[in-house]
Design a protein around this ligand. Structure first.
Ligand SMILES: Nc1ncnc2c1ncn2[C@@H]1O[C@H](COP(=O)(O)OP(=O)(O)OP(=O)(O)O)[C@@H](O)[C@H]1O
Length: 231
């Protein structure tokens, strides 16, 4: 199957305190396999909600998301979990590493109870090495800097070789220089592993470095632009 993601008129409505919020409001977009896309927008414009719909962490109130040729929201919980395992890697602003596990164990964690054809430990070691953490296999998250923790989180997101890496403010907790390093690592994964990337950022300079830039406002897409120069 192709790894295209097609959003057909998707909306996500939240109800609370008698108020209806259209967090995502009728978005029609197609992401082509292997694309590198940034999403910007003011706080509350729906970026995180949109990303969680794309990653099948949540389902739209209306509309549908089609991966390849298949609408994913017809799947049951187990099938959705398998779908995410096969296709999606997530990175968040707050790393979300398990504090009692070492870097290596954190990277191997998504493979727990999964049958795979490769050596899990070897795969995790290779990825941590690629992230420049070959001397940190046995460190706990508390013994690592923010940038190092995010690199562990990237290795964990990539361990099952997803076709899409979805990143919600991956550099938001890091200083500019460390943020650049993380961005470069993600960019390298996009090119070398042909893994599509969709990342949410508040940083306009980073957003501009993506191949395609999307801007959201009030749950709608207000700009969708492709760069001529891609660095
Ligand atoms: N679980 C929820 N219940 C109710 N409202 C929600 C929920 N999640 C998000 N919202 C609302 O939906 C809108 C979009 O939120 P979202 O977190 O997607 O925005 P965002 O662009 O990612 O914001 P930020 O840049 O601040 O992270 C906001 O008005 C928010 O208050």
């Amino acid at each position: 199957m192709t790894h295209q993601i097609k959003c057909k008129s998707i909306s996500k409505v939240f109800y609370g305190d008698g108020v209806r919020t259209f967090a995502v409001d009728g978005v029609d977009l197609t992401f082509e396999e292997g694309e590198f896309v940034s999403i910007v927008g003011t706080s509350g414009s729906g970026k995180s909600t949109f990303l969680s719909l794309l990653g099948a962490l949540d389902s739209p109130t209306s509309g549908e998301i089609i991966y390849g040729n298949e609408s994913i929201h017809k799947r049951n919980r187990k099938q959705l979990s398998d779908f995410r395992f096969e296709n999606i890697g997530f990175i968040f602003q707050q790393f979300h590493l398990l504090p009692t596990l070492t870097a290596l164990e954190n990277v191997m964690a998504p493979l727990f109870a999964r049958k795979v054809s490769y050596d899990k430990r070897k795969r995790a070691e290779e990825l941590l090495t690629q992230m420049g953490l070959e001397d940190k296999f046995h460190s706990l998250p508390s013994q690592l800097s923010g940038g190092q923790q995010q690199r562990v989180a990237i290795a964990r997101a990539m361990v099952h070789e997803p076709s899409w890496l979805l990143a919600d403010e991956p550099t938001g907790n890091l200083d500019t220089e460390t943020g650049e390093i993380i961005f470069d690592l993600i960019s390298t994964l996009n090119k070398e592993k042909s893994c599509g990337v969709i990342f949410v950022t508040h940083d306009p300079a980073l957003a501009k470095r993506a191949e395609r830039q999307i801007e959201m406002k009030d749950g709608k897409v207000t700009h969708d632009q492709r760069s001529i120069i891609y660095v």
